[in-house]
Ligand binder design. Structure first.
Ligand SMILES: NC(=O)C1=CN([C@@H]2O[C@H](COP(=O)(O)OP(=O)(O)OC[C@H]3O[C@@H](n4cnc5c(N)ncnc54)[C@H](OP(=O)(O)O)[C@@H]3O)[C@@H](O)[C@H]2O)C=CC1
Ligand SMILES: CCCCCC(=O)/C=C/[C@H]1[C@H](O)CC(=O)[C@@H]1CCCCCCC(=O)O
Length: 377
């Protein structure tokens, strides 16, 4: 059992509306802490137990996730022990990986996996001050308890004016994915041509801009004309709507008649099978994601990639950004610097309210997000 699964199992789920700890009849009241504006906890008016809201996976997804696959529950949090902290989620991330990882790692009834920017609202740990913001990996929860070991502080140089939600996006895991994929996997060099799909999303929008910062020509594709306009706006040399072009093959040829040195693949499936035929000799492909396949009930079949791989002596490497944690500090520092210099633009698709987590997740899988999809609790 992983530490995460042990934590889920240790939660006490309240099914009645009263306080499980002192009396099922004692009402909960919304307790605005002295640390407003962020802190509003559901707290028993008598014993002051905090109740967290959580979203659980009610039913394993079949095909595309739907609202009835999720259930919101309440979880009573125990009083803090020495060394512990109470945190409240301020922003939660919804990411494509939640779809394939739910199938691989979760069972029905588990709290949905995911990360948040959270604020410490109570501390019995002298190393952590109340009011500090951190990034945590505690799933779809409004509140949780930590001993501090699983928390990542935002960089000390994070300016007050910069949205803290960027720690889940451009200056967080997705930004680092772009950084590692381009510099370490594709080994992009100035003057080369880079192709990226899902280009208007959290990872793709950073890929394109880092490639421009690195002196490359960048071609991107996305699923709507407004996304294409955004890509041009943030500096992509060529961009097209993969849903409306008459032929993907023609669109790729037209955007770069000489082909592509690097292909940052977020999508897989049909697009990748066509794009591979447009790679230049010794081209490099970073296999980052395969979102076009995550909701498939029946696995897609070929075409198969061996022939273009051999003819053009291509390199293709899959990667998981968390395995590149030794690049984390350097990557976050560089991303933050580029954002502050205005060289790396960001857009966030902010959905309001914790209750809308499933809608935000489903919307992101359908392509409703421009930039990083986050939920503001
Ligand atoms: N390997 C790693 O370590 C990591 C991998 N990833 C992967 O990177 C990819 C992008 O993630 P992220 O930036 O967070 O998500 P995005 O912000 O890009 O959101 C997902 C986007 O995918 C696009 N999309 C959805 N379905 C399809 C489809 N059938 N064909 C083409 N595009 C589709 C949609 O954009 P559109 O409107 O353009 O269709 C949607 O907005 C994912 O595959 C993810 O799994 C992410 C982080 C780490
Ligand atoms: C075929 C699946 C491809 C998924 C690619 C992807 O999006 C990977 C994302 C990982 C990223 O590199 C770093 C992460 O944190 C993502 C994986 C998260 C796994 C969560 C595990 C569940 C838990 O918290 O216990």
């Amino acid at each position: 059992m992983s530490a995460y699964q042990r934590w889920v199992a240790s939660d006490v789920v309240i099914r009645s509306s009263g306080c499980l700890f002192c009396s099922p009849l004692t009402p909960y009241t919304a307790l605005a802490s002295s640390l407003a504006p962020f802190s509003i906890s559901l707290c028993c008016s008598f014993c002051r137990m905090v109740t967290a809201k959580v979203w659980v996976l009610k039913k394993h997804f079949e095909g595309f996730p739907k609202p009835s696959d999720f259930e919101m529950k309440q979880v009573a949090l125990a009083n803090l022990k020495d060394g512990e902290l109470l945190l409240e989620s301020v922003f939660l991330s919804v990411d494509p990986y939640m779809r394939p990882y739910s199938k691989r790692d979760m069972k029905e009834g588990d709290v949905m996996i995911g990360t948040q920017v959270a604020r410490i609202v109570e501390s019995k740990n002298p190393a952590f001050a109340v009011g500090t913001f951190v990034v945590a990996n505690r799933g779809w929860r409004t509140h949780f308890i930590s001993d501090g070991k699983d928390l990542n502080l935002l960089p000390a140089s994070w300016p007050e004016s910069l949205p803290k939600s960027l720690a889940l996006g451009t200056v967080g895991m997705p930004g680092l994915t772009a950084y590692v994929g381009l510099f370490e996997i594709c080994k992009m060099k100035p003057g080369e041509t880079v192709l990226v799909n899902a280009a208007a999303g959290a990872v793709g929008s950073v890929v394109g801009q880092l490639a421009k910062i690195g002196g490359c020509k960048v071609v991107g594709c996305a699923g709507s004309d407004s996304k294409v306009a955004y890509l041009k706006n943030i500096g992509f040399d060529e961009a097209f709507n993969y849903k409306t072009v008459a032929s993907l093959d023609e669109a790729l040829r037209k955007a770069s008649p000489d082909g592509y040195d690097c292909f940052f693949d977020n999508v897989g499936g049909e697009f990748a099978s066509i794009a591979i035929n447009h790679m230049k000799k010794f081209g490099r492909i970073a296999v980052c994601g395969a979102i076009s396949q995550y909701n498939d009930s029946v696995p897609q079949k070929g075409p198969y990639i061996q022939i273009p791989m051999i003819f053009n002596e291509l390199s293709m490497k899959g990667f998981i950004v968390s395995s590149w944690h030794n690049h984390r500090e350097e990557g976050v520092k560089a991303l933050l610097k580029w954002v502050l210099e205005g060289k790396l633009k960001y857009h966030e698709q902010v959905t309001e309210r914790f209750e809308n987590m499933p809608a935000a997740f489903i919307g992101m899988l359908k392509g409703e997000n421009l930039g990083k999809a986050v939920v503001k609790v």
